[in-house]
Ligand binder design. Structure first.
Ligand code: ADP
Ligand code: ASP
Ligand code: MG
Length: 415
């Protein structure tokens, strides 16, 4: 069976008009030899709205209940799209995460997929139905509803595509591909027709929310072709043109041979920096600080430990803002336990990642990055590097300036 999985995001399904537009696009694809499985997000703003309701009752709501609430948004958009397709004459079958089931672990609000049953999807496709699956959610071994973390519908789509052996997974969104940086922040950003899987992984990890990082990891693991496309263009555009528009996440090493040194710049304004001030500088201190945080299933991102002075050091790290209330609690306890002087929590930061496989064989990239920022008086608070990425943390008020300066310095508008 020739199956394509298409995922439509929140903005793409943000109104009845847009849902009808998506249905028309699906109609065009349904006229080909492909069988279609459609994965949907909630209508734009819906998940935030549901999340706010829960937080009006409790700042740290019970995560099991929260997932029960959050998962409902996807069910609404799936139903609406189904009605729209029915009206165009198509038979549909709808499944939520627990019906398929999409089996996950029990880490509510950031559950990981453990397996997907493909029987119901195959049966419906064999009956020539268009299958619609709610993204972002699954079910644990106690039959409780879980969600996969914000932006998780991308991961649902890739996981379903892998499970049913689809030819390709197409992520339809509100931009027509992956750009050199967020086109909403800098209008000189250029669309990339291809990006390597490794680079996309680093871009997503540095905050380019066009794809959730876990969807890229999964596509990479199973070598599944992944494409980012616009859902906002006219739905009747020729299918061959549609196939080559957008951005293909590629596994081909050779396209990287003569590539630019820097491919893209990602940024993340959704992190908080914590600093434990004046911690006794003893072996095992980093472990003691980070263990309770990872035990709470919170991912730590950039870490910096200062040179010690008079036997004391400062220890900083960043976490996602969604986790900062919990980390605050943990850190308050750690200050006492570790006999630290105090702690500082800074929400006004931005993490910027300069990404490119060409960095492997080129020197001077970091220097150019730092000197470009220095010329504009942008102070760097933290630095970390990997083989194909340089990350800096700066004051959030310089985000726009820093992105533009770096985009110009590395001439990404000429890509
Ligand atoms: P969806 O609701 O379809 O999942 P998202 O809002 O999650 O869409 O992701 C699409 C958004 O990602 C775009 O509107 C854009 O602002 C943002 N974005 C960030 N970085 C990039 C980038 N490098 N290329 C394209 N879009 C990006
Ligand atoms: N609706 C969920 C969110 O807003 C999942 C997604 O959009 O991918 O995070
Ligand atoms: Mg998204």
């Amino acid at each position: 069976m020739n199956i394509i999985v298409q995922k439509y995001g929140g903005t793409s399904l943000g109104s009845i008009e847009r849902i009808n537009n998506v249905a028309s696009r699906i109609k065009k694809w349904a006229a080909t030899n492909y069988k279609l499985v459609i994965v949907v997000s909630a209508m734009s703003g819906k998940t935030n709205e549901l999340n706010d309701l829960a937080h009006q009752i409790d700042e740290l709501p019970n995560k099991k209940s929260l997932d029960f609430i959050l998962s409902s948004g996807e069910q609404v958009s799936a139903g609406l799209l189904s009605i729209s397709l029915n009206k165009l004459g198509f038979e549909t079958e709808l499944f939520n995460g627990s019906q398929i089931p999409i089996k996950t672990d029990s880490n509510f609000t950031k559950a990981r997929i453990e397996g997907i049953e493909k029987k119901l999807i195959h049966d419906a496709l064999n009956k020539n139905k268009i299958v619609i699956v709610t993204g972002f959610q699954g079910v644990n071994n106690k039959n409780q509803i879980t969600t996969l973390g914000r932006g998780g519908s991308d991961t649902s789509a890739v996981a379903v595509a892998v499970a049913i052996n689809a030819k390709e997974c197409q992520i339809f969104t509100d931009v027509d591909g992956v750009y050199t940086t967020d086109p909403r922040l800098y209008n000189k950003a250029k669309r990339l027709t291809e990006i390597t899987f490794e680079e996309m992984l680093e871009m997503a990890g540095s905050g380019s929310k066009v794809l959730q990082i876990r969807s890229v990891e999964l596509a990479g693991k199973y070598k599944l072709p992944l494409r980012v496309l616009s859902s906002l263009t006219r739905p009747d555009v020729d299918i061959e043109i549609e196939k080559v528009s957008g951005t293909l996440i590629t596994f081909e090493e050779n396209i990287t041979m003569e590539k630019e040194i820097v491919t893209g710049i990602a940024f993340n304004r959704n992190e908080t920096k914590f600093t434990l001030v004046g911690v006794p500088d003893k072996p095992g201190i980093a472990h003691k600080i980070l263990l309770p945080i990872s035990k709470a299933n919170i991912e730590i991102d950039v870490i910096v430990q200062n040179i010690s002075k008079d036997g004391l050091t400062d220890f900083s790290f960043t976490v996602n803002k969604n986790d900062s209330a919990m980390v605050n609690k943990i850190i308050e306890r750690l200050v006492n336990e570790l006999n630290a002087q105090s702690y500082v929590c800074d929400d006004n930061i931005c993490k910027i990642g300069l990404v490119g496989v060409g960095m492997r064989s080129n020197v001077g990239i970091a220097d150019k990055m730092f000197s470009s920022l220095a010329k504009e008086n942008v102070n760097i608070q933290m630095i970390s590097t990997s083989e194909i990425k340089i990350t800096v943390v700066i004051d959030d008020k310089y985000t726009e300036l820093a992105i533009k300066v770096l985009h110009d310095a590395f001439e990404l508008d000429k890509s």
